[in-house]
Design a binder for this molecule. Structure first.
Ligand SMILES: C[S@@+](CC[C@H](N)C(=O)[O-])C[C@H]1O[C@@H](n2cnc3c(N)ncnc32)[C@H](O)[C@@H]1O
Length: 260
């Protein structure tokens, strides 16, 4: 049971993260995983022995940590931020099991209250969190995320869009597809092109590697249901990593370990 008192806000995701089969599973976000494989994952022996050189990463709305764990495994020192203490418990549990606990720190904090130091983070992740905060607050958190990146930093963001069957706006509200059990937590569905407009605004200082608006089926929690998502992978302007796309389109032949 969700242990709350009248003074404390309810942990909306408590049950979802308390299960044996934890909501959202363990597979990291696809585009982030591809970036880690292609750009970050060390392939040489020298790089393997220097795996701590990836810098700091911030996983905002980290949930039960599927992206956090992938970042830590790739060599980042990750701070996982969430308002769900149960989610952060599960992250610590998973980090111990994966022998990555020295690279994972957890912080119970509302992302709107978080002080993100400018220029500190080599990776900042927000896999469905900007859509869980009021529309009036999201641009400020977004700008803090962009400003928090180092010159070689990567930003990965997912948001639910108005295509989601849980949205109160068209076309999602007219969809007859099944709605997520946690849809009530999404309070700011992004309109078409909204996230890419933010990403290409000069104030973001970003170079977009990949942007997509799509429908997804989610089978990781509750009954299978559909989502409408916008997905963004971007780096700092002026940074040109060896990125071949997701899935990799035309990588160098015979280098499967680095270019999927
Ligand atoms: C849909 S879940 C996604 C979890 C994780 N990023 C993943 O993809 O597996 C959204 C998460 O955002 C968290 N969240 C919602 N509002 C938040 C806020 N204001 N500050 C920090 N975390 C928040 C929730 O507790 C929840 O864990």
């Amino acid at each position: 049971m969700n242990p709350v008192t009248e003074d404390e806000p309810r942990d909306f995701f408590f049950e979802a993260y308390d299960r044996e089969n934890i909501a959202y599973g363990m597979q990291p976000s696809l585009e982030l995983a591809a970036y880690l494989r292609q750009v970050v994952a060390p392939t040489s022996d020298e790089a393997q022995s220097n795996k701590d050189g990836c810098g700091h990463a911030l996983d905002l709305g980290a949930g039960a940590g599927r992206d956090t764990l992938a970042l830590a495994a790739a060599g980042f020192n990750v701070t996982s931020v969430d308002v769900s203490e149960r989610g952060l418990d599960r992250i610590r549990e998973r980090a111990v099991k994966a022998e990555l606990s020295d690279r994972v720190q957890t912080l119970v904090c509302d992302v709107r209250e978080l002080d993100i130091a400018a220029g500190r983070y080599s990776a900042i992740i927000g896999t469905t969190v900007l859509d869980h905060i009021p529309a009036a607050d999201a641009p400020r958190v977004w700008q803090n995320m962009c400003d928090g990146l180092t010159s070689h930093g990567v930003l990965y963001v997912q948001v639910h869009t108005t295509e989601d069957p849980g949205s109160d706006q068209a076309p999602g509200k007219d969809s007859n597809q099944p709605v997520s059990e946690t849809a009530d937590a999404v309070i700011n569905y992004f309109r078409p092109n909204q996230l890419i407009e933010w990403a290409v605004a000069p104030s973001s200082g970003l170079r977009v590697l990949r942007y997509e608006e799509r429908l997804e089926w989610d089978t990781t929690h509750g009954a299978p249901h559909q989502h409408g998502k916008a997905v963004l992978l971007a780096v700092r302007q002026g940074f040109h990593p060896d990125w071949f796309g997701q899935p990799a389109a035309f990588p160098r032949p015979n280098v499967p370990q680095n270019h999927e």
